[in-house]
Design a protein. Structure first.
Lengths: 113, 109
C-alpha cells in the first residue's frame, strides 16, 4: 500500500484565497483524522471521520474551515477565506478500527501571505 | 498543566549512547503512541501500546499504567535517529489524541 497520500505538499497563497487540501487514506482504514501542526501549539486535532461520517469537528478553528469525506478513499479540508494565521502543516492520518496503528501522511505545508 | 508532559525537551547524545525519553500523563488512557518526526518531514508511528513493553529493532517502548508513565529507549543511537519524538495519549473518548510537546533528539557522530 502507498500509505496515506496528501496533496499538495506545499501551498503558498494570498490572504483571502480559498485553499483545498486533499487526503487519500490507506485502503481499509475506517478512521480518518485531520491535524494541524504549528510551532506555537504543536499538533492539534481538527476533525475526524469514522466510515466517512464526521464524528467530532470541535477542533475546527472557525467557520472558515470545512472538511468532507465523500467516500472511503478521499477527504478534503477547505479553508475559505484563508488568513496568515492559518499557515501551518496540515496532516492527514488514517487508522483501522479504534485500536489500530495510526498512519500519517507527509503533510501539506500551507503558507498564507 | 499539560495533560501530557515529555522530558527532556532537548537531548544531545553521542553516537552509540543509550537514550531514554520520558512521557507522563494525567488522564486515564486506552493507548499511548510514540511518534517520530524528522525535520521538515512527515510523522511516523513508532509504537502504540496499552500495557507492558514493545520492541522494534533498536527501539523499546514501555508503559506503566498505574504510574501513568511511558519511556522510549533507543539503544546504540545513530545520527539518523536525530528527530523529534512525540508522545500522544488516547483517552478513548471522542478518539482524540493529546500530544506532548515533543523531544528534540540530536545524535552526534
Amino acid at each position: 500500500d502507498a500509505g496515506v497520500i496528501q496533496s499538495p505538499r506545499h501551498e503558498v497563497t494570498e490572504m483571502g484565497q480559498e485553499v483545498t487540501l486533499r487526503c487519500k487514506p490507506i485502503s481499509g482504514h475506517d478512521y480518518l483524522f485531520w491535524y494541524r501542526q504549528t510551532m506555537m501549539r504543536g499538533l492539534e486535532l481538527l476533525i475526524y471521520f469514522n466510515n466517512n461520517v464526521p464524528i467530532d469537528d470541535s477542533g475546527m478553528p472557525e467557520d472558515r474551515f470545512s472538511a468532507k469525506m465523500p467516500n472511503a478513499s478521499f477527504s478534503t479540508l477547505k479553508i475559505q477565506p484563508s488568513e496568515p494565521r492559518d499557515s501551518a502543516v496540515y496532516f492527514c492520518a488514517s487508522q483501522r478500527g479504534n485500536t489500530g496503528e495510526l498512519f500519517f501522511g507527509e503533510g501539506s505545508r500551507l503558507t498564507v501571505l | 498543566k499539560n495533560e501530557v508532559e515529555q522530558s527532556p525537551q532537548n537531548l544531545t547524545a553521542q553516537e552509540g549512547e543509550f537514550i531514554t525519553i520520558n512521557c507522563s500523563y494525567s488522564v486515564g488512557i486506552s493507548a499511548l503512541h510514540w511518534l517520530q518526526q524528522h525535520p521538515g518531514g512527515g510523522i511516523v508511528s513508532l509504537f502504540m501500546l496499552s500495557s507492558g513493553k514493545k520492541k522494534h529493532g533498536r527501539l523499546i517502548a514501555t508503559i506503566n499504567i498505574q504510574e501513568k508513565h511511558s519511556s522510549l529507549h533507543i539503544t546504540a543511537s545513530h545520527p539518523r535517529d536525530s528527530a523529534v519524538y512525540i508522545c500522544a495519549v488516547d483517552s478513548g473518548s471522542a478518539r482524540q489524541l493529546t500530544f506532548g510537546s515533543g523531544t528534540q533528539l540530536t545524535v552526534l557522530p
